[in-house]
Design a protein around this ligand. Structure first.
Ligand code: MG
Length: 311
């Protein structure tokens, strides 16, 4: 299932993708079952907190709706009742707007260590971005005036679906709700000058994410997905998640050994080789540039770089 958070007339909805449409959970539920929608229809975080109940509920809705639609090509009744919206008519936001944590991993691809002449780390390097950096998969990334070295990092994001601590590696994937595309936008000059990475990675809009949270049963092997970053028309990063140094079970075990993982937590698993700062000559993002990140089976995100700040 491809879950999404989107806005119509600035009102946010939780939904899932059905063909070329987004189904609004809080509207389809009462339509199908003649009772008010449960709390898990409200937003992604609530949905993830209800674990199996919400997943099974959404699957039941998809099943019933497909059966209903199967008998007719006419979507008008559903469109009129605002149960469905065409995907090209909605504003995608990040799939989760209010995660408890965004946990990022530094230097987690062999090729990315090589390009900066750094040894392969013996333990994962953990840092964080603030939630306020999240933005939609097709929204602009704002270049703040404080940086002249804005860089790109395409990443696979893992979204946690179950609370846990000291999670064994063998059980780790059961704690995953699904996967998404994440852009760890970075102001290199600020990252290096501050020493601590948080500020240079947490400016508003420095975390585009989406377009969907693709649930884990649709991604049978998250460690074999091609990942590409294209700036304007130029292919900058071209790798595969098979090149991760610390794989997803390792990361979940490592992080949860002392830090409680909660539903909705995002783990950005690190970026492969090809970022701008380690190129010769270096390449930094300028207003007018576009950055497209593609991950096999998850779609793509596309963000324009725009000078400015949120008013
Ligand atoms: Mg990164």
């Amino acid at each position: 299932m491809r879950l999404l958070t989107f806005e119509v007339d600035n009102i946010p909805y939780l939904g899932f993708k059905l063909g070329d449409h987004a189904v609004v959970l809080e509207r389809v539920y009462p339509y199908l079952f003649k009772e008010s929608a449960p709390d898990w229809c409200e937003d992604m975080l609530s949905f993830l907190y209800y674990e199996e109940e919400s997943m099974e509920g959404a699957e039941k809705i998809a099943h019933e709706l497909k059966a209903l639609l199967g008998s007719s090509d006419d979507l008008r009744p559903f469109l009129e009742k605002e149960i469905l919206y065409p995907l090209d008519s909605i504003h995608f936001t990040a799939p989760i707007l209010n995660p408890e944590k965004i946990i990022c991993i530094g230097r987690n691809y062999r090729d990315h260590c090589r390009e900066q002449n750094q040894p392969i780390p013996s333990n994962p390097i953990i840092f964080s971005k603030y939630n306020t950096a999240l933005t939609g998969p097709y929204d602009p990334v704002l270049k703040p005036e404080q940086t002249e070295k804005l860089d790109f990092e395409g990443e696979l994001a893992v979204v946690i679906g179950r609370e846990g601590r000291y999670i064994p590696k063998e059980e780790a994937l059961e704690y995953v709700a699904g996967y998404s595309i994440f852009h760890d936008v970075t102001a290199r000059d600020i990252q290096f000058a501050d020493k601590q990475w948080l500020r240079g990675k947490s400016f508003d809009t420095f975390a585009p994410m989406g377009p969907f949270l693709v649930t884990r049963e649709e991604v049978p092997d998250p460690h074999n997905l091609s990942i590409k970053t294209i700036v304007n028309d130029r292919l900058m990063q071209d790798s595969n998640t098979s090149n991760l140094i610390f794989n997803i079970p390792y990361l979940i075990n490592f992080i949860s050994s002392g830090i409680t993982l909660s539903p909705g937590d995002i783990i950005a698993t690190g970026t492969p080789a090809g970022v701008g700062v380690f190129r010769d000559p270096p390449i930094f993002l300028r207003p007018g540039d576009t950055v497209r990140i593609e991950i096999q089976n998850l779609g793509f995100i596309l963000n324009n770089i725009v000078e400015g700040q949120i008013e």
